[in-house]
Design a protein. Structure first.
Length: 441
């Protein structure tokens, strides 16, 4: 058994032994109340999931196993000469709860390199799709095509004990994560570079190899950006759409491939991961309509007001939970300040940050006027030549796999059941509200 797997097994066994007695003793305790508005509003804020990997605070932002992004930028191991954390480190942390050593991260990087083979039939499935197919459709389809190699599906068919479900799930998750950069880069080169593919470099770490296979910029800076990008997008608590979809599908004992494909389909929605694509489209359209690649702040404000007056949202601003500027936005802001502070498009993004929150704060219904992670990522990628913005959500998907799949390992280890919330009709809601009013009156 590899060292990371052994560490996870030890920690998972200890936690699993606490689960049943804890809920036997405390299972009837009430966590909170659910309002009718929360039922209509997508269960927003309702505590109903168990997720070990990360937690989102409205006032502090994302914490991975209790660590903030600034803390992780200091604590997680880095590649030689790079200031950004290696994504292998955030995966290790989410899976074990421990900050890894450089040796542990490099061992994980080597392991993923060994596991990164993509079968020919998966590439053939991608190639069977029309080349104009949206990259997220190609990505989700490729993940499903990999399912033929599922260790969990094979073990379940052979009659594995439920206490050992975590073992083949771990193997599937590791194999899947290892293969994703190759699949994503293949889709990118096929779609935007006439199928001129770049073979992987096994000497590079996971993120640097991905950057290398994309082939848009071979600089150390771009490799650093990809390490940062794949780290900060890795997870966002268990209730976001892609994490929840992955968990829900996995709760049926579907394997990692079915589960992640489900999560990526959720990520492809405009209200979730596709927003990074929508941000850069909005910005470029604004520049075009203003007749300048650097609109004034007054022009930005007017364009924002016109967008809202037309009944449309300003992409990249607002968040379901956060009530502060997204720390992931800040991390990218700091990266850009360090490496390319004079980039025109990035300065437009910074001018928007000065203007748009003030405009949004005028609306009583807006709970969070601050930028989220998507507000900055597109402009940063554009700087390094990755200009095909309908590919951006695939990048997000490669990163998000780290969080949702480590969480899937924990779900198996803890023996969490199939998810099955109770639904009610609108008639039930009206009758319930009437009864409440009768009691109160």
């Amino acid at each position: 058994m590899d060292p990371l797997k052994a560490t996870f097994a030890e920690k998972a066994k200890a936690l699993a032994s606490e689960i049943k007695p804890f809920f036997k003793e405390h299972g009837n305790k009430v966590v909170g109340e659910v309002t009718l508005g929360q039922l209509r509003g997508g269960m927003r804020g309702v505590k109903s999931l168990i997720t070990e990997t990360s937690e989102l605070s409205a006032d502090e932002g994302i914490r991975f196993r209790g660590y903030s992004i600034p803390e992780l930028k200091k604590l997680l191991p880095k590649a030689d000469g790079c200031t950004e954390p290696l994504p292998e480190g955030i995966f290790y942390l989410m899976l074990t709860g421990d900050i890894p050593t450089p040796e542990q991260v490099h061992a994980l990087s080597r392991d993923w390199s060994k596991r990164s083979y993509v079968p020919d039939h998966v590439l053939a499935v991608i190639d069977a799709l029309p080349v104009e197919t949206h990259p997220m459709t190609q990505y989700s389809t490729a993940i499903l095509a990999l399912q033929t190699d599922s260790k969990f599906a094979k073990a379940y068919a052979e009659g594995i004990s439920k206490y050992d479900y975590w073992d083949p799930m771990y193997e599937d998750c590791m194999n899947l994560i290892a293969s994703l950069p190759r699949i994503a880069a293949y889709i990118y080169r096929r779609t935007f570079h006439n199928g001129d593919h770049i073979a992987p470099n096994p000497e590079l770490d996971w993120a640097a190899n991905f950057a290398y296979m994309l082939g848009v910029n071979d600089s150390d800076e771009f490799k650093s950006l990809m390490r940062l990008y794949l780290t900060i997008h890795a997870d966002h608590e268990g209730g976001n759409a892609s994490a929840h979809s992955t968990h829900l599908t996995g709760s049926t004992l579907s394997d990692a491939y079915y589960s992640l494909s489900s999560g990526m389909n959720a990520l492809a929605g405009p209200l979730h991961g596709l927003a990074n694509q929508e941000v850069i489209k909005w910005v470029l359209n604004m520049c075009k309509e203003c007749g300048s690649d650097r609109p004034s702040k007054e022009q930005i404000e007017q364009y924002a007001r016109d967008t809202m007056a037309a009944g449309r949202v300003i992409p990249g601003y607002g968040h379901a939970v956060l009530r502060i500027p997204d720390p992931r936005f800040t991390a990218q802001y700091e990266f850009a300040k360090q490496y390319f502070p004079d980039d025109t498009l990035v300065n437009v993004i910074w001018d928007m940050f000065d203007v748009i929150p003030k405009v949004l704060q005028e609306k009583v219904s807006v709970k969070s006027p601050w930028p989220n992670v998507d507000a900055h990522s597109g402009a940063t990628l554009m700087h390094y030549g990755l200009k095909e913005f309908n590919f951006y959500t695939v990048l997000f998907g490669v990163s998000r796999a780290l969080g949702v799949l480590s969480s899937l390992c924990w779900s198996r280890a803890m023996g969490l059941p199939i998810e099955r919330p109770k639904s009610v009709s609108f008639k039930w809601l009206k009758e319930f509200a009437a009864k409440q009013e009768e009691v109160a009156g």
